[in-house]
Design a protein around this ligand. Structure first.
Ligand SMILES: Cc1cc2nc3c(=O)[nH]c(=O)nc-3n(C[C@H](O)[C@H](O)[C@H](O)COP(=O)(O)OP(=O)(O)OC[C@H]3O[C@@H](n4cnc5c(N)ncnc54)[C@H](O)[C@@H]3O)c2cc1C
Length: 155
């Protein structure tokens, strides 16, 4: 179990070490095919030309949209980074938990990272009240409700 920010940084460093040119804080704004090449524009005003483009720009990918990908279903996840005491950290060390949830297509997870447990639930969008109730129940059942979450991102 690793933090996403650390994993991303390690991957970026590895790519740079392998010869990739890293352009941080640069967003692709448009792309279009022109003959055998692709013309890309960025929010920094650069225009790039490529023989091939690898779209690794996530679930709202512009690259995927350009080639016609449409998501059949979009989920909503509720997640918390919960600080835990030494006893709880010991209990979770070397384990992770995933369960199927009570809502269609839902599941919950606990991913321990030492003194923090990442715990959350996900289900198809459309029933946020039931999903919030599932999250509360899930955290309660796994003894993660007491501590105050340090962050509660929702995606
Ligand atoms: C709440 C939640 C918890 C999860 N937990 C786990 C987990 O514990 N373990 C696990 O393996 N997976 C987990 N996942 C799934 C995992 O996050 C995704 O499968 C994975 O991140 C997908 O990787 P990706 O590279 O396709 O996209 P992303 O990780 O979304 O990366 C896309 C990147 O593209 C960038 N980008 C987007 N648009 C542009 C643009 N126009 N120009 C330039 N850059 C752009 C974004 O800033 C981002 O850096 C979780 C997902 C969610 C939502």
């Amino acid at each position: 179990m690793v933090y996403r920010s650390e994993l991303d940084a390690a991957l970026t460093e590895a790519a740079a070490a392998a010869g990739a040119e890293v352009r941080d804080s640069t967003a692709l704004t448009t792309l279009r095919q022109q003959g055998d090449t692709v013309i890309l524009q960025t929010n920094r005003g650069d225009t790039l030309q490529a023989r091939a483009v690898v779209g690794a720009d996530g679930s709202a990918s512009r690259v995927a949209r350009y080639v016609g990908v449409r998501c059949a279903q979009v989920d909503l996840a509720l997640e918390a980074e919960v600080p835990v005491d030494a006893r709880t950290a010991d209990r979770w060390r070397g384990r992770l938990l995933m369960e199927w949830g009570p809502l269609p297509g839902s599941f919950g997870w606990v991913f321990p990272k030492g003194d923090v447990c990442t715990a959350g639930v996900v289900a198809a969008r459309g029933n946020p009240v039931a999903l919030r109730a599932y999250k509360e129940d899930f955290l309660e059942r796994h003894g993660l409700h007491g501590p105050r979450p340090s962050t509660t991102p929702a995606t």
